[in-house]
Design a protein around this ligand. Structure first.
Ligand SMILES: Nc1nc2c(ncn2[C@@H]2O[C@H](COP(=O)(O)OP(=O)(O)OP(=O)(O)O)[C@@H](O)[C@H]2O)c(=O)[nH]1
Ligand SMILES: [Mg+2]
Length: 186
């Protein structure tokens, strides 16, 4: 059983990727201090001790790559994308430029990399006080689950949704591996 995953978290600047990464990995406080833009990328490793994958409980090691939303670091993207198993797209529903940015990120981080819809999820991240649903996401996202994340109000569901996503990524990986084995045997 493959129990290690590399997940990227991408989205426009300041939408909350580092905050979500810190919450999921328990690496820091939510909303503590001011905004410090991520430089290039930050890799955080943590474990999910008991994850149910294909009816089996297993320990999963997660490498979460918290990618800067600043395109000045675009030259690092090929290195960041190598060996990626899944992508979390994050956006701020309080701004109307986000759908366009997310569509372009989908092309670069999923479509062009052969990362399938089953390996993606969208977090519509509500910072405290942010209203609205944001612009409609492009058709590229029509088959990708979209989750509202609100750490102050319901952080438990954010963790559950993320863990569920990791389980479905692992299910996808094992299904692909099985197909490849079968095609070798045939
Ligand atoms: N209180 C609170 N603050 C948040 C939340 N999400 C984001 N913020 C704040 O919004 C600002 C930007 O959040 P970051 O997580 O740094 O944004 P980012 O997407 O990592 O930005 P880049 O690294 O520049 O791409 C910071 O000041 C955060 O503290 C949240 O859920 N609660
Ligand atoms: Mg950041």
């Amino acid at each position: 059983m493959h129990n290690k995953v590399k997940i990227l978290i991408v989205g426009p600047p300041e939408c909350g990727k580092t905050t979500l990464t810190n919450f999921l990995s328990e690496a820091g406080e939510v909303g503590g201090g001011g905004y410090r833009p991520t430089k290039g990328c930050r890799i955080v490793e943590f474990e999910i001790p008991n994850l149910n994958v294909n009816n089996m409980t297993t320990k999963v090691e997660v490498e979460l790559w918290d990618v800067s939303g600043d395109r000045r670091f675009e030259s690092c993207w090929p290195a960041i994308q190598r060996g990626c198993n899944g992508v979390v797209f994050v956006y701020n529903p309080g701004r109307d430029d986000q759908a366009r940015i997310l569509d372009s990120l989908y092309n670069q981080f999923a479509a062009q990399q052969g990362v399938r819809e089953a390996q993606c999820i969208v977090f519509c991240h509500h910072k405290p006080g942010v209203q609205g649903k944001g612009g409609k996401l492009s058709n590229a996202f029509s088959k990708i689950p979209l989750i509202d994340t609100q750490l102050e109000e319901d952080s438990g569901s954010v963790r559950r949704d993320f863990n569920g996503f990791v389980a479905s990524v692992l299910t996808h990986i094992s299904a692909v591996a099985e197909m490849q084995e079968n095609s070798i045997l045939m």
